[in-house]
Design a protein around this ligand. Structure first.
Ligand code: ADP
Ligand code: ZN
Ligand code: ZN
Length: 741
């Protein structure tokens, strides 16, 4: 199959001759548009080629598209080589990358190369080893056995008994390779596709009533495009519902794509999938796989040998000819959005892919994103709810708030928290201490009256820039001096929110000198196998306190915990980033979900200055729906996503002033093109300085997505043109549907 699809079965070397065709080719360079080349042979869109580009030879991919008029042959260069070890990249893969390039306003070449595994980005041919056995064709079966040679006759007779792999044939005769190649050319033998092993199902639990109702609804869907939100509290058995729904797709001969947010979560999930589908080939896709393995898995999915693909955001591009179902687990998770280069959102691309292919897609979460909630409200997605924990007796943890305005604090820790930790330590039970270390841009707050530094011009909060003693709005650019006392009540005690992480960590060590404390954060989980070691220690009972940041808020399995404490989450309540409270609620729900066992409900203690805040009240009541509804309402009033569509135009330079000047200039250039689009800024980015560069941004907003995109379409050439005047030091980028400001 692999070899036969392609017409030009050889490498093309040489100069152009009359009668060449013209082909549109993209390369991995940040240039918009495809380039026109001449070719002596038929080149099909999706074929990989090498082309001369400037002084270099580059790997390119032929794409659909009509060559522009008005170019003479003498202006064009000629394709050097056509790689035909693999069939052309399939049309739906090209369509997805074309859509991604258009939607994220990113050049098609780099988009397409982002979607490919590294092995296919390089200018060399890939010829997968054809492992299919050889069998006699009809012609072969009707032919006389070869008479002249013993080796040939022996091989022939062996084939009469049934198909042989190359290795098996070599056991019959060492010359098998040559003989089989001859017979293949004569049509006497062919490659037979080995029978796939029949689907096997490992043992599955009996579904509870909620799960069964969800599965029934999924299976009752008549087919075609349908997004589902599987909204289930932590531990409600969402994964079990995926597995049982997936079993039906596999039984129907379809492939299934499963997207997960975290590389570190894939081993756990893959293990569960292997147990459930022991005879099914599962192809894993994530950025930490060795290059060769990633490529092999990609080809297995594309060529239909693997029926399940499990992977992180990049796997959304994996070609799957028999795709029948997509699952996006923890759909709210921020890591589905890529933060550089092609700034795509894998969940959103997965929806597009399901739509184009006419497939069901299941988004699962305990705390769905507001975008998804809004889509359910609008009737575009259907919602399925799992409202009990899967284990019959398990209950949701009890959440209690500890008011730190009244409590006596010892090194930042309140008495109830210290007592609860000490009690667990005594009973040798493991506790989890969640410290919110996320770099929430600091916002000023008054601990007496609750005042926070809001922007007078828009509904965001001003960020404290300590060095310059300024408060700044990152949205519209407003700036003012830091007040010395609370503007509301006059209290002198106004401080930035969410400080003191390091202090809390060392305080735990001093307060509990005998406790075995295991820290989990970006640093301690960098090493390969770090997670295996963490799991080993945790499950071997070698840990008394797990201390960590948002890494703990993902779906890791730490067994059962009876206590979770949350120490400094307040920074997420009043943040300059309007998404902060949505994220904080999701994180706290996840960490709280780690507590609770079959026999006793777990306990969650949250230390806060704002115990009356609606976020904490909703957390105590386990009321996601109520909280989401109030957030959506707020977003509508403030005209923030998802009620409007947003894009950021970012610029960075060694000096903020230069980035700001660039944005000011482009803003005045395009103002008259921006019908219906609100442009705010330039303003410094929330993280102004990053890798020795300073960043500023314009916020572009419009209630109508199409209108916004029509505007964005016009920007890249103008931006490129203006950027040239600023020289190499200035870089710009567009971020469509930004997740971080
Ligand atoms: P979620 O994906 O919602 O976090 P899981 O599917 O991982 O939930 O289920 C949580 C735990 O409950 C797992 O240990 C799982 O094996 C178990 N479980 C799920 N469904 C059932 C069921 N119907 N009966 C018994 N145990 C179940
Ligand atoms: Zn005050
Ligand atoms: Zn503002």
């Amino acid at each position: 199959m692999a070899q036969s699809l392609v017409g030009a079965g050889f490498a093309v070397k040489g100069k152009f001759t009359v009668g060449s065709q013209r082909v549109q080719v993209v390369v991995d360079l940040p240039l918009f548009g495809a380039f026109t080349y001449l070719s002596h042979f038929d080149v099909i869109p999706g074929q990989r080629v090498t082309v001369p580009f400037g002084k270099r030879q580059l790997c390119g991919v032929a794409v659909t598209g009509i060559p522009p008029e008005g170019l003479s042959d003498s202006q064009l260069k000629t394709i050097d080589q056509v790689f035909d070890g693999l069939p052309p990249l399939p049309a739906d893969f090209l369509a997805l990358t074309e859509f991604a390039a258009a939607y994220y306003h990113y050049p098609l070449g780099p988009t397409l190369f982002t979607a490919l595994p590294t092995g296919l980005r390089e200018a060399r041919d890939i010829t997968p080893v054809d492992e299919r056995p050889f069998g006699l064709s009809e012609l072969g079966q009707a032919s006389q056995p070869p008479a002249r040679q013993r080796a040939r006759l022996a091989l022939w007779q062996a084939l009469c008994d049934g198909p042989l792999t190359q290795a098996q044939a070599r056991l019959v005769t060492p010359q098998a390779g040559k003989i089989l190649a001859d017979w293949l050319a004569e049509g006497l033998v062919l490659r037979v596709t080995a029978e796939k092993p029949a689907l096997q199902l490992g043992s599955a639990p009996q579904l509870n009533a909620d799960q069964q109702a969800a599965l029934d609804a999924l299976l009752a869907q008549p087919g075609g495009f349908q997004p589902w939100l599987l909204h289930g509290i932590t531990g409600s058995g969402k994964t079990e519902v995926y597995l049982q729904r997936i079993a039906h797709s596999l039984a129907a001969g379809q492939q299934v794509l499963v997207l997960v947010p975290e590389i570190n979560l894939t081993p756990q999930l893959v293990e569960r999938f292997i147990q459930r589908f022991p005879a099914t080939r599962i192809a894993v896709q994530h950025s930490q796989l060795a290059e060769g393995e990633r490529l092999r898995n990609w080809l297995d999915a594309w060529q239909g040998r693997a029926d399940i693909v499990i992977g992180t955001r990049l796997s959304v591009f994996t070609p799957m000819p028999r795709l029948g179902l997509i699952v996006v687990d923890e759909e709210h998770d921020g890591s589905f959005k890529q933060q550089d280069g092609l700034r795509y959102h894998a969940r959103d691309l997965a929806i597009w892919r399901a739509h184009r292919a006419g497939l069901p897609i299941i988004l699962g979460s305990a705390t769905p994103s507001l975008e998804t909630v809004a889509n359910v409200e609008a009737g575009r997605y259907r919602q399925l709810k799992l409202s009990q924990r899967a284990h019959g007796a398990a209950r949701l943890p009890q959440v209690r708030l500890v008011d730190t305005r009244r409590a006596k604090l010892t090194e930042g820790l309140s008495d109830p928290v210290i007592k609860a930790l000490a009690a667990r330590l005594e009973r040798r039970e493991m506790s989890l201490v969640f410290i919110n270390r996320r770099g929430f841009a600091p916002v000023l707050a008054c601990s007496d009256c609750g005042w926070t530094s809001g922007c007078p011009r828009c509904s965001t909060r001003l960020v404290l820039h300590l060095l310059e003693r300024k408060l700044r709005c990152h949205h519209c650019g407003w700036e003012e001096a830091v007040p010395h006392a609370c503007p509301e009540c006059g209290a002198p005690d106004i401080k930035p929110l969410g400080e003191g992480t390091q202090r809390l960590e060392s305080a735990l060590g001093r307060l509990f000198p005998t406790a075995r404390i295991l820290r989990i954060d970006r640093d301690t989980t960098q090493r390969k196998q770090a997670w295996e070691e963490i799991y080993r220690q945790v499950h071997a009972g070698e840990v008394d306190m797990l201390v960590g940041t948002q890494m703990l808020a993902k779906g890791h399995d730490f067994g059962t915990l009876s206590l979770v404490t949350v120490l400094n989450a307040d920074g997420g309540l009043y943040s300059a980033d309007y998404r902060a409270s949505e994220r904080l609620f999701a994180q706290l729900t996840q960490v709280a979900g780690r507590a609770g066992r079959a026999d006793a409900p777990g306990e969650v203690l949250v230390q806060t200055q704002w115990p009356d805040h609606p976020l904490y009240q909703a957390l105590v009541a386990h009321d996601f729906d109520g909280f989401a509804a109030s957030l959506l309402q707020e977003r509508r009033q403030a005209a923030f996503p998802p009620s409007v569509h947003q894009a950021l135009l970012r610029a960075d330079a060694t000096e903020l002033a230069q980035a700001t000047a660039f944005l000011t200039q482009i803003r005045s250039q395009v103002q008259n093109l921006a019908a219906g689009v609100l442009i705010s800024g330039p303003a410094p980015a929330l993280m102004v300085r990053l890798a020795n560069r300073e960043r500023a941004q314009l916020v572009l907003e419009c209630a109508n997505r199409q209108q916004l995109h029509q505007f964005l379409d016009q920007l890249p050439p103008l931006l490129d043109q203006l950027a040239r005047q600023y020289g190499r030091g200035l870089r710009w980028s567009l971020d469509v549907d930004p997740q971080e400001m």
